[in-house]
Design a protein around this ligand. Sequence first.
Ligand SMILES: Cc1cc2nc3c(=O)[nH]c(=O)nc-3n(C[C@H](O)[C@H](O)[C@H](O)COP(=O)(O)OP(=O)(O)OC[C@H]3O[C@@H](n4cnc5c(N)ncnc54)[C@H](O)[C@@H]3O)c2cc1C
Length: 311
Amino acid sequence: METKVYAGRAKDREILSHCSSGGAFTVLSDEFLEHGNAVLCAGYNYESRQTEFRLVFDKTERDRCRGSMYMQSYALDSWKKALKWLTDNPDKELIFFGVGCQGAAFKEFASRKGILSRVTIVDIICHGSPSPMIWKEYAKGLEEDGKLSSINFRDKRTGWNKSVGIARIGDKEISLSKWKKAYSSKVMFRPCCSKCHYTRTDRATDITIGDFWHLEDKMPDFFDPMGTSVFLIHTDKGMQLFDSVRNRLDYRESNTKDCWQMNLERPTTHAADREDFWKDYRKKGIDFVMNKYGTNNLTRKLQRKFRSLLK
Ligand SMILES: Cc1cc2nc3c(=O)[nH]c(=O)nc-3n(C[C@H](O)[C@H](O)[C@H](O)COP(=O)(O)OP(=O)(O)OC[C@H]3O[C@@H](n4cnc5c(N)ncnc54)[C@H](O)[C@@H]3O)c2cc1C
């Protein structure tokens, strides 16, 4: 079918305040959990300091997987566990959430293992995945005074489109602004991200979700400062799922033009100084690169401008 596009957000304000965009993940996964089905998604592991896929059967555990974790996630043995669970429970189904490349990989896996008809695949629009090694080292540095108890790269206290990165150690809040700045500087992404095949509106998954950026211009009367998701529905299976959750959403129909954002058209280009970042990291360590690439450094800004003019 031709891709159908919606702007939508959870009617439940509690969901909206705890998710990164408009709550698409919670609303779609609720439909599965409430019927005894499973969710395969990524969440942060505070022990291993990495984002890992896990098989989830209840809302408490699912809620722990909310939040966009700006680092590459690991599948570990979660897909094997999902296959075993589907094999042991032949009347059950599963919904998968992961970024574009992971959605495509899981589709291939499900197809080869003969479980594709029982899985729904939702992929997430992705700007790029930073090295998990760099995050681990950065997080270790943050944990000098105790273990992190929560991480939110998209805290909405200043609004969805001006969100801030906040972590906690007990009652103490720590800013993640250096990580977010370094993330948006495009110096930490995996090499393959600049050749991503999944930065398009027509995809092989059932549904694609992301932020409905520029909603304030495209549908000003539907804008909500707490966030709105874009839903791109690619298959009949995806449409049936969207139909079954319409009552949980405030939504409007849209189109592929109005929901445009760069990563629905092309991959993120690596920064011109990406190699410098890695050289600096190897020579001078994590604190140095976070101070240089994770702050508004005027000298670096001028160097970047000069380089792009030369290009
Ligand atoms: C690295 C990254 C880059 C992104 N870039 C863009 C972008 O350029 N444009 C855009 O519109 N949206 C982007 N998103 C998606 C957006 O930030 C929201 O995650 C998405 O819209 C879902 O919103 P929600 O309100 O349903 O999320 P939430 O309820 O907060 O759920 C977040 C979902 O993302 C999954 N997730 C979180 N971190 C990871 C990870 N590292 N790997 C795999 N899955 C993960 C969770 O398992 C969950 O399914 C990105 C997300 C990530 C993780």
